[in-house]
Write a protein that binds this ligand. Structure first.
Ligand SMILES: C[S@@+](CC[C@H](N)C(=O)[O-])C[C@H]1O[C@@H](n2cnc3c(N)ncnc32)[C@H](O)[C@@H]1O
Length: 206
């Protein structure tokens, strides 16, 4: 089941705005790619980008030679735009239009990536649901990279309130299933010449 208000919000954003007219736009997702490269995953690794939007992460994962990539977003427009950008290569990707709150995975993932989607979860029930979902859907020793606004980051993203995290609070949320391996604070320069502080946390499944 999809939350219609939430879906409506994101459909509106992705259908009305160009890729580079949203604050989270990156021509190249450098921090994510640097972390993923450092993980030395095999090319057959099952990867999911959660709340991927129109991110170019998938383009770069394909360039690296990965071929088991799932891209999930609540917005069909976002998925359609990413597919169009990739052209023929889009058939190499498994596209999923779903609310993460009701996603039922059909496989175990070796890498779970989420930049600026998890932080929209505000209710304890939804956060717990996400943690259990990731905990049960990532293979043993699988990796998870979560990027959220840091405690110094903005209160809102796309006009919606977010939960901001620091190392202690993100670790506390995921520690039942995951060990925190690396964390990194980065500044994202938006297309509107503002800065947003992100916390990237890299976990391994226990
Ligand atoms: C701030 S954008 C980040 C997009 C992308 N990860 C990036 O770094 O460019 C958040 C994305 O998460 C998606 N999203 C928000 N809530 C979601 C949910 N409950 N389930 C799935 N996707 C969601 C939105 O449609 C949007 O594409």
């Amino acid at each position: 089941m999809i939350d219609n208000d939430l879906e409506g919000h994101w459909e509106n954003v992705h259908s009305k705005k160009k890729e580079n007219e949203v604050s989270w736009y990156q021509i190249y997702p450098k921090t994510s790619m640097d972390i993923i490269k450092s993980l030395n995953l095999i090319k057959s690794a099952h990867i999911i980008d959660v709340g991927a939007g129109e991110s170019r992460l998938v383009d770069n994962l394909l360039k690296m030679g990965f071929y088991n990539i799932d891209v999930l977003d609540i917005s069909k427009s976002a998925i359609d735009k990413a597919k169009r950008r990739l052209g023929n290569k889009s058939s190499l990707v498994n596209w999923i239009v779903s609310d993460i709150n009701s996603f039922i995975p059909e496989k175990k993932y070796d890498l779970w990536h989420d930049r600026a989607a998890f932080h929209f979860l505000k209710k304890e029930k939804e956060i717990n649901n996400y943690v259990n979902l990731a905990g049960n859907s990532i293979s043993s020793n699988g990796k998870m990279v979560i990027a959220t606004f840091s405690s110094n980051g903005p209160e809102k993203c796309s006009g919606l309130e977010v939960t901001k995290y620091n190392i202690e609070s993100i670790n506390k949320v995921f520690k039942e299933y995951f060990l925190l391996e690396k964390d990194l604070i980065t500044n994202h320069s938006t297309p509107f010449n503002t800065e947003q502080e992100f916390l990237f946390s890299s976990f391994i499944k226990k």
